[in-house]
Design a protein around this ligand. Structure first.
Ligand code: ZN
Length: 83
């Protein structure tokens, strides 16, 4: 025990659906658990959510090797108005 890595197909589904964005750790790769996946693009705030896309920085991770983007969702504490 002690390994909580997902099956790759599960990790792929999570990467597509979106992981929670942590203010502390950024996006965590669902396949290998590497924190602060590199941001490749972000879409700005919308309705209290910010969507980002990341690439895993672990060269031996299947996500990185397959060049799969990891989506992350950051939810603000205050929802509603934009500025
Ligand atoms: Zn990874």
């Amino acid at each position: 025990m002690g390994r909580d890595m997902m099956e790759f197909t599960d990790a792929l589904a999570v990467a597509r659906a979106g992981v929670d964005y942590s203010p502390r750790f950024g996006a965590v790769c669902p396949a290998c658990g590497t924190k602060r996946a590199k941001v490749t693009s972000s879409c700005g705030w919308e309705e209290g959510y910010k969507i980002r896309y990341h690439k895993c920085r672990n060269d031996s991770c299947t996500m990185a090797v397959a060049n799969i983007s990891i989506k992350s969702i950051e939810k603000d504490y205050v929802t509603g108005t934009n500025g």
